[in-house]
Design a protein around this ligand. Structure first.
Ligand code: DC
Length: 221
């Protein structure tokens, strides 16, 4: 069984997907981490992620592997574990920008489909239910009010780095810009699949969201 969780930034997709994976004892595939790792690879090579031609010139050299230890996902790029470096706020927009390039998506989607074909998985991303796994048994579109999403992300960043200079307003502006870019790209944009269940988590606790998704998954099993 595959569970697709799509939605805008900060909707709680990864928190929910991790808990669902634990509860149902399935693999959690964080597809955003793959776009983040791609952006990290490009930036390290001095490639401008908005320059499609430049990105394409080094894309073949990008060897990505996903591995799991104690259910924790690690992303390796050309043998280097890049997982600790890709959650930086600065990587988020780079990931969104590089993800607009169809050849990048095609390459990463092939790896996502391969992993999903070998394991029961919960995948989170932007295009899982619409493009990566159109036949996923459960499709959730997780959303929430944009100020609530930005506040959640801001608190997360503050917890990781208490002397973080970024403000809530900056987090919200970046998130809005990223959602706009992710929803408006021409190839596999962020949007709910027609057969997805839309969950607005603005006034829901994490436990309420988890039990809603688990009960849907159990019904479709
Ligand atoms: O989920 P995230 O914030 O880690 O994702 C980072 C960016 O990667 C996001 O802004 C758009 C892109 N992405 C995508 O285009 N498709 C996915 N399935 C996952 C992420």
């Amino acid at each position: 069984m595959n569970i697709a969780i799509d939605g805008p930034a900060g909707a709680g997709k990864s928190t929910i997907a991790k808990e669902i994976a634990k509860e149902l004892k399935i693999v959690y595939l964080d597809t955003g981490a793959m776009y983040r790792a791609t952006a990290y690879y490009m930036l390290n090579k001095g490639i401008e992620v908005s320059n499609e031609e430049a990105v394409l010139s080094v894309l073949d050299g990008l060897n990505m592997d996903i591995s799991y230890e104690n259910s924790q996902q690690s992303v390796f790029v050309c043998g280097e574990n890049v997982t600790p470096f890709i959650r930086e706020h600065a990587i988020s927009m780079g990931a969104s920008t590089v993800s607009k390039i169809p050849a990048v998506r095609i390459k990463l989607v092939a790896l996502q489909r391969e992993i999903a074909s070998k394991n029961a998985c919960v995948l989170d991303g932007r295009d899982i239910g619409t493009y990566v796994l159109p036949n996923a048994e459960v499709k959730i579109f997780l959303t929430a009010d944009s100020l609530v999403r930005a506040t959640r992300r801001f608190n997360e960043l503050k917890e990781k780095n208490p002397i973080n200079p970024i403000t809530l307003e900056e987090v919200k502006a970046d998130m809005d810009a990223r959602d706009k870019q992710d929803s408006s790209r021409s190839f596999a944009p962020l949007k709910p699949a027609e057969d997805s269940v839309i969950l607005d988590t603005t006034n829901m606790s994490i436990d309420e969201v988890i039990s809603a998704v688990v009960s849907l998954a159990k019904k479709r099993k």
